[in-house]
Ligand binder design. Sequence first.
Ligand code: BG6
Length: 493
Amino acid sequence: MVARVIAVDPFDIVVFGATGDLAARKLIPALFHRDEAGQIPPEARIVGASRRKVSSGEFRDLAREWLKTHVAADERTEGAVDRFLARLSYVAVDGDGDAGWSDLATALADQPDRIRVFYLATGPDLFGPICAGIGRHGLNTPNARVVVEKPIGKSLESATAVNDAIGAVFPEERVYRIDHYLGKETVQNLMALRFANALFEPLWNNAHIDHVQITVAETLGVEGRAGYYDTAGALRDMVQNHMLQLLCLVAMEPPTSLAADAVRDEKLKVLKTLVPITPQSAQELTVRGQYRAGASAGGPVKGYLEELGQPSSRTETFVALKAEIANWRWAGVPFYLRSGKRLASRVSEIVVAFRPIPHSVFDGAAGPIDANRLVIRLQPDEGVRLWLMIKDPGPGGMRLAHVPLDMSFASVFNVRNPDAYERLLMDVVRGNQTLFMRRDEVEAAWTWIDPILDAWGASTEPPKPYTSGTWGPSAAIALIERNGRTWHEDEGA
Ligand code: BG6
């Protein structure tokens, strides 16, 4: 099956931080895929910008290497690569100075009415200065928009300052705050599952759902990003954004439409309804861990502190917590979240655990009756599994088995699963903000996260150590088992 492609209008995209890791691994490959699929019109231009002094030719050479590394060989032909690279040019620009801006203005001057995307693939300290530069040099044309990456700040206070600086140049309807988890196919499928089927919504509440688990587990360590990571930690890096966004999509009320503000209004209500975690409750409701040496992804690996070369760091590489939502639909339904690096396997999934049946008509020989579970797998093996009880086949009496009704997207659709950035970049060009975070959402998320950070900061206890290649500190298991529940393990995976 071939995915349907609708071409977007002609656009210019300026990527700040164009020689950095995000451009290399995600942005240039994503634009290539969309070009190759015929979605990008011939006039569209891609302008790299960063402090480094390279020529357009050298930038194209760099991009050719990135495509070799990050696009599978059977997904690129020489012709397609050459055609794509011809769209690229480069301007050396000093994000927080004045050098190079007039060259950038010249590069864009002939198309003042065209859709213009400024993608800031830089640290958040440059968001304000770059936006100011865009304003000062008259580049903020009516059709211009800005895309910013997380992290947006490190706390509510710093996020507010970053948002103010962006907002001084771009009105909110032209600001696109990327959370790449929202661009993942299965995350959007969560909305399809909930709102395009009559089956689930009547059960989607505390009368029928016992609890929800959201796991984002990685086998990788902090790789080359220790400098950034050590100032962030798992709570800021994964929970404040990706995981709270997933929680919102599970918990929000049905929006009236998929219009950006209709969806974002509902997500905001969830964030504002999260029960605050206090310094006292943080002890009971949160667990932070830090990986030690062990074995992961097939070989021995160092611990976080050795990788960092900083034996006193208290930065957490793992977090598990229990969140609660104070409204009629969800009161009494815990949302267990966990995320970490160097865990036993790479898996991201949302598990909706339904309540047990109220009364069994089966005798003991039938075996235990497990409650239904809906497992939405984001990666790897995107798909949805609904765990049901059925009769074990055969004449041996009534014995029951727990089996999944299994919909693996790869086998149903047989298409390449596009990377989240492909979808999100095209949404920016189309002017669709549904899958981007609004300012108030980001700030509401920090409002909930800040007290946890404060409680951890005030505690004398360091993060709990865990061996690389395990599921994190045992306290994370205790967190859920204390309530008589267990972390989901997909027997059929
Ligand atoms: C990023 C985090 O936002 O998401 C990384 O900064 C993390 O630390 C990454 O590894 C995970 O993304 P994905 O798409 O690989 O699950």
